[in-house]
Design a protein around this ligand. Structure first.
Ligand SMILES: Nc1ncnc2c1ncn2[C@@H]1O[C@H](COP(=O)(O)OP(=O)(O)OP(=O)(O)O)[C@@H](O)[C@H]1O
Ligand SMILES: Cc1cn([C@H]2C[C@H](O)[C@@H](COP(=O)(O)O)O2)c(=O)[nH]c1=O
Length: 210
């Protein structure tokens, strides 16, 4: 009998800097593991040795907008080829802190990259592949900025942007969610961590019923 292995699921977390997604990713991974699922946790830009080197440049070196967009997608191509695609094909699940929705929100929405150039890069780098579920943490930029400041770490090139930049990023995320409502589920990130965790667990749990 031909017993083909079920493909793994791909879950991404998105939101403006400081929205609180990192705090919740561990809970989602723990829930999946409790249900016997083998999970790989990763992040973008990053997730591979080369991707992490590109991350350093992207977060700390000034560069042209189109260079920035292409480097985000170069890191993503490496991540897909080296980790995401092999994991999914082997039946493992991948939980990733950001993916291409972030490029749409930050580079197209925030910085003004042409949407056609974004679509061409997306089609080149991952034709036919989108996450099975994207959880978007939605929060007013002023609250997110206060959260970032409270961490006390030195802000990177994106975190140093002004409120108006994050208003555009937030609007682009919400526009993207409106265009793909079954995939991108919006959470009010202004709630308590406990309420958010319950919503995250309900969304992730629905993909893997007990
Ligand atoms: N629901 C919440 N209410 C209040 N504070 C929160 C909440 N969630 C997270 N925080 C705090 O906000 C700060 C930023 O959280 P976190 O690092 O999870 O955000 P993030 O979305 O991953 O940000 P970044 O994308 O910049 O890494 C942390 O100090 C965290 O403890
Ligand atoms: C994938 C991706 C990321 N960014 C930005 C968004 C954040 O400011 C940083 C990553 O930092 P995080 O704290 O790990 O979330 O990179 C982007 O502008 N475009 C992208 O495609």
């Amino acid at each position: 009998m031909n017993q083909s292995l079920a493909r793994g699921r791909f879950i991404t977390f998105e939101g403006i800097d400081g929205a609180g997604k990192s705090s919740q990713i561990a809970a989602a991974v723990a829930l999946l593991q409790q249900r016997g699922i083998v999970v790989e946790q990763s992040r973008e830009p990053g997730g591979t040795a080369l991707g992490e080197r590109l991350r350093e440049l992207l977060l700390h070196e000034a560069m042209d907008l189109e260079t920035e967009a292409m480097l985000m997608f170069a890191a993503r191509r490496e991540h897909l080829a080296a980790r995401i695609e092999p994991a999914l094909a082997a039946g493992r699940w991948v939980v990733c802190d950001r993916f291409s929705d972030a490029t749409y929100a930050y580079q197209v929405g925030g910085r003004g990259l042409s949407a056609a150039k974004f679509a061409a890069l997306e089609q080149w780098v991952h034709p036919g592949l989108q996450p099975d579920l994207t959880i978007l943490f939605d929060l007013p930029p002023a609250i997110a900025a206060a959260r970032v400041a409270s961490t006390g770490h030195a802000p990177d090139r994106f975190e140093r942007e002004q409120g108006a930049f994050f208003e555009r990023v937030r609007a682009a995320y919400l526009q993207r969610a409106q265009a793909a409502p079954a995939r991108i589920r919006v959470i009010d990130a202004g709630q308590t961590p406990e309420r958010i965790r319950a919503e995250v667990e309900a969304l992730v749990g629905a993909l893997c019923p007990r």
